[in-house]
Design a protein around this ligand. Structure first.
Ligand code: DGL
Length: 261
């Protein structure tokens, strides 16, 4: 099974991208809804949670792990890859790679949680790939709450997104990384507010492409993954709100199973 974890329900955007690019593979999802949000917490705390989440997925039979959460990917990847001997994928590198390939003017914007932006990880990765690239990052913490509230069509949401994107617009970026699980849900608004000439990089689509490429090149690892089209969704807390958000993301109702970890 492919194990995917996130701080909560937002990581279902990665499940969606993965099932589009790799249909049929069995998926084990864990959303740490009892401890969400991660984006406002310290790197040490997020790393501790991330290690526990990965252990849970491995216990349940995952043979490959995807860290869907940008915040956990930003701060916990090194420890995860050191500790576990299954392939671990994070969402930062694939999105950074895609942005360097996509950006003609090498002027890249990044939006994410405060923890992701504070980590400086996107700048580091992008500038290591191309030292001429210019990168500007803006934390957009309210977007997570707006998506979780289901405020997808409200004028307030459009206004807040416009305000967040203003500094990036001024910099005349030509590529924008959606560096948070929740942002693909309001991709249309983001595109309208940043301008249609700016290319959006969706980290969920980018990581799904990376995993697909890896499995094509590593048939031995691919053979370990079951393919019966089954998806199991576990969460560490359950409320009606999570069911509602998951429906907004996957466009279908899913069964969330409560586990204490
Ligand atoms: N999953 C988080 C991320 O992608 C967003 C929600 C949170 O702050 O926990 O950064």
């Amino acid at each position: 099974m492919i194990g995917i974890f996130d701080s909560g329900i937002g990581g279902l955007t990665v499940v969606k991208a993965l099932t589009e690019q790799l249909p049929g593979y069995d998926i084990l999802y864990f959303g740490d809804t009892a401890r969400t949000p991660y984006g406002t917490k310290s790197p040490e705390t997020v790393t501790r949670y991330a290690l526990r989440n990965a252990e849970f997925l491995l216990r349940k039979g995952a043979k490959l792990i995807i860290v869907a959460c940008n915040t956990a990917s930003s701060v916990a990847t090194d420890q995860l890859t050191e500790k576990f001997d299954v392939p671990v994928f994070e969402v930062i590198t694939p999105a950074a790679e895609l942005s360097v390939k996509t950006s003609e003017k090498l002027r890249v914007g990044v939006i994410g949680t405060r923890a992701t932006v504070n980590s400086g990880i996107y700048e580091k990765k992008i500038r290591a790939m191309n030292a001429d690239a210019k990168v500007w990052s803006v934390p957009c913490p309210l977007i997570v709450s707006l998506v979780e509230e289901g405020w997808l069509r409200k004028p307030e949401t459009r206004m807040i997104i416009k305000k967040y994107l203003h500094p990036l617009k001024v910099r005349q970026i030509d590529t924008l990384i959606l560096g948070c699980t929740h942002y693909p849900v309001v991709k249309d608004i983001i595109q309208r507010k940043i301008g249609k000439r700016v290319k959006l990089i969706d980290s969920s689509v980018a990581v799904a492409g990376k995993v697909k490429g890896f499995l094509e090149e590593n048939p031995g690892k691919e053979a370990l993954l079951s393919q019966t089209g089954k998806s199991l969704f576990f969460v560490s807390d359950i409320t009606a709100q999570f069911e509602h958000t998951s429906k907004n993301i996957l466009r279908k109702k899913i069964r969330l199973e409560h586990v204490r970890i």
